[in-house]
Design a protein around this ligand. Structure first.
Ligand code: PMP
Length: 352
């Protein structure tokens, strides 16, 4: 069988997340607040009133319009996906082929490299600076040298929390010739989206998701904002009906109620800063600034795996990111509810 699988896929390690029994889940940068029951009930009621035996609309225009309006972009340039991962795959598939290059910064979200490698593309990885800022000159130089088809920027970056300033995003677009994907999965926790740049540049795509600030990771709903011509090309090979009726209805209702829910974000930012201040007080710990809903910190004494295990013994699950480039001492903790964060701060004091 294995000889039937393309060699570049056969040689990949499995992309998986081990399950650990836990009480407090701070390992996947989800929103810890649940959608209120009355909103869930409204979603279920609307689902009860539509047909489940028929396909969704080929073009779910109502939801596209709602997302476009929310995101501040035109409906014709807005693509909906089964999570933003789905759209990442679509973009990579549309742009990359064997021996073509994608430039990414490291450390960053693991999926970019996996998707590119699966397409037999070359991945050029540019390390961040020692204090985890983007090496913008390095990214530009690599993209020019390799005539890269694609540059992927994750901002705020997972797992460092680093924000790329607008001037640097603009430099990368202007000084390179490929497509630039800006993954804004965590943008709600940062000063603002750069989607206004879509008016100026026809080689930019912005990805956002309902999985983080919007509190709906289980829905699997993300979207791409792109110049209309580019969106049109991507739409040609986008799988039809990749967003099911449950998700379409839920996303629509969520947006209708968003003004009652968005207070989540201020709470989470405040909590992130409280956790950061708590970590800063610990001598065995170096914590980095973050524009996302998680914090990267380094354990200066115990090995990250030991710290992870000690927290898990207390029921607290965080992410050991020490296998990422540059992060030999790294751990990442998502921002939870105030009670969860207090429990984390109490436990980490002893674990470090
Ligand atoms: N981009 C980044 C940077 C992420 O961290 C994640 C989730 N871990 C995603 C995209 C995936 O988002 P979605 O749930 O929308 O597929």
């Amino acid at each position: 069988m294995s000889e039937l699988i393309r060699s570049e896929i056969f040689s990949l390690d499995e992309y998986t997340l081990q399950r650990y029994p836990h009480r407090i889940k701070l390992n996947q940068n989800e929103n810890p607040f649940e959608l209120p029951q009355d909103i869930k009930a409204e979603i279920l009621e609307r689902l009860g009133a539509i047909s489940w035996s028929r396909y969704p609309a080929f073009i779910p225009q109502r939801q596209i319009d709602a997302v476009a309006q929310y995101a501040g972009w035109v409906p014709d340039g807005t693509l909906l996906g089964n999570g933003s991962n789905d759209l990442l795959q679509l973009i990579f598939m549309s742009v990359l082929e064997r021996n073509q290059t994608v430039v990414i910064s490291q450390p960053t979200f693991t999926l970019y490299k996996i998707l590119a490698r699966g397409l037999a593309a070359d991945v050029v990885e540019i390390l961040m600076t020692p204090d985890f800022q983007f090496d913008v000159d390095g990214i530009i130089a690599a993209a020019r040298r390799t005539e890269a088809r694609l540059v992927v920027i994750c901002s705020p970056n997972n797992p460092t929390g680093t924000l790329m300033p607008e001037t640097d995003v603009v430099r990368i677009i202007e000084e390179t010739e490929g497509l630039v994907v800006l993954d804004e999965a965590y943008v709600h926790f940062a000063p603002g989206s750069l989607c206004h740049l879509l008016m100026r540049y026809d080689r930019l795509i912005i990805l956002q998701t309902f999985s983080k600030a919007m509190g709906a990771a289980g829905l699997r709903f993300g979207y791409a904002l792109a110049p209309v011509d580019l969106a049109h090309q991507l739409n040609k090979i986008k799988l039809p009906y990749s967003v099911n009726i449950f998700t379409l209805v839920a996303a629509e209702v969520l947006l209708e109620h968003w003004n009652h829910l968005e207070g989540w974000i201020d709470t989470l930012i405040r909590e992130r800063e409280r956790v950061k201040a708590g970590l800063q007080k610990l001598p065995q710990c170096k914590v980095y600034p973050s524009s996302a809903n998680f914090l990267l910190f380094e354990s200066l004494r115990r090995k990250p795996a030991e710290v992870f295990d000690l927290l898990l013994k207390k029921g607290i699950l965080i992410r050991n990111v020490s296998s990422y480039p540059m992060l030999g001492r790294g751990l990442r903790v998502s921002t939870g509810t105030p009670e969860e964060n207090t429990a984390f701060l109490n436990a980490i004091r002893e674990a470090l």
